[in-house]
Design a protein around this ligand. Structure first.
Ligand SMILES: Cc1cc2nc3c(=O)[nH]c(=O)nc-3n(C[C@H](O)[C@H](O)[C@H](O)COP(=O)(O)OP(=O)(O)OC[C@H]3O[C@@H](n4cnc5c(N)ncnc54)[C@H](O)[C@@H]3O)c2cc1C
Length: 314
């Protein structure tokens, strides 16, 4: 039985494995493959790693872990998990592998549903984006568009208008309230209200947005609506409390509502945070915290010590 098993070797899981490995805890890190940002060329907005190819960042994390003999990594998809009567957790993987551990950290991330327009999937992470902090800077001085009419889309168009060459808000056939339209237009943002037919591209480079009627709009990048979903159902299977948006509820130390089960990274948030703070550096930070708290949790159990984090509520 391992001290801890971590499901997911993205930034959250890798960071937790580093903390636990350095604490001489036996750790098994299990991973199904690409993380959420795999379609993107590079990771941005991560101090000292800005511009690192996405896959390379994960390789670097794995390379660092080889220095810690207590950490093992297996490339497996976990399909089942159960709480053991004697305490701890048992996991099953899709290729017949099993593992058991005293504590469980879920770091399985999110997957993005892309409701449209047609062509978005092929351009996702390359010239169709969702996050201005991940990809906004690369749009500096370029013609860009924002799809959607909701207040958050209007806000994003205004945000990008500060540094993009030319911003268009494409409502996709949705009406736009007059006050928003006036604010956008007075700040140089074009509004297009026709339904969007498709995105046209050369390879993964966006050329233009084609509408159901009216002329196409040449653009270098488009910010689309994404709908994040839990990538794995392990937390639901264990009965971990979650929010209406699907995020697993954790307290400030990464504890879920199920004793011994922790969660970190994009998949989890605290009640006081309205949305996941979805970024590589914040995922890694939450993994570091969860790793240290798991170590303290085991320390309390093994030496009959008080749990220093017992009072923390979500
Ligand atoms: C297109 C795009 C670009 C982005 N660019 C940036 C950027 O430039 N900068 C930035 O800070 N953030 C960026 N992000 C956000 C960033 O990708 C996430 O915040 C970050 O990856 C979250 O890390 P994580 O460890 O929680 O999850 P992930 O990185 O998604 O890793 C989760 C891991 O869990 C594994 N897993 C899932 N289910 C199972 C299972 N059942 N069994 C075993 N393993 C499993 C997966 O294989 C995966 O490796 C981007 C997001 C997107 C969508």
């Amino acid at each position: 039985m391992f001290d801890a098993v971590i499901v997911g070797a993205g930034p959250a899981g890798l960071a937790a494995a580093l903390t636990l490995g350095r604490a001489h805890r036996t750790v098994l890190l299990l991973d199904a493959g690409d993380g959420r940002n795999a379609p993107a060329r590079a990771v941005h907005n991560f101090l000292t790693r800005d511009g690192t190819p996405t896959a390379r960042l994960r390789e670097l994390g794995r390379e660092e872990l080889t220095a810690y003999p207590a950490v093992r990594i297996r490339d497996e998809t976990i399909t089942g998990v159960r709480v053991l009567d004697e305490g701890g957790f048992h996991l099953d993987s899709s290729d017949g592998g099993t593992a058991s551990a005293r504590r469980l950290l879920l770091a399985t991330g999110l997957a993005d549903e892309l409701p449209g327009p047609r062509g978005t999937g092929e351009l996702w992470g390359r010239s169709a984006f969702h996050c201005p902090y991940c990809h906004g800077y690369e749009c500096t001085g370029k013609p860009v568009a924002v799809i959607g009419a909701a207040p958050a889309r209007v806000r994003l168009a205004l945000q990008l208008s500060r540094f993009a060459a030319d911003v268009a808000l494409c409502t996709g056939g949705e009406p736009l309230d007059p006050a928003s339209r006036a604010k956008l237009e007075s700040n140089g943002v074009t509004v297009r209200c026709e339904a969007v037919a498709r995105l046209e591209a050369t390879g993964d480079r966006l050329d233009r947005i084609v509408f159901e009627s009216g002329p196409p709009l040449d653009r270098d990048a488009v910010f689309v609506v994404n709908v994040p979903r839990q990538r794995s159902d392990l937390a639901a299977h264990l009965g971990c409390a979650s929010f209406a948006d699907g995020c697993v509820e954790v307290n400030e130390f990464g504890r879920t509502s199920v004793p011994g089960v922790y969660a970190a990274g994009d998949m989890a948030r605290r009640a006081t945070v309205p949305m996941p703070l979805a970024a590589v550096v914040t995922a890694a930070a939450s993994g570091t915290v969860a790793g240290a708290v798991i170590d303290q949790d085991l320390l309390a159990a093994d030496f009959d010590l008080p749990d220093p984090f017992a009072q923390a509520k979500g």
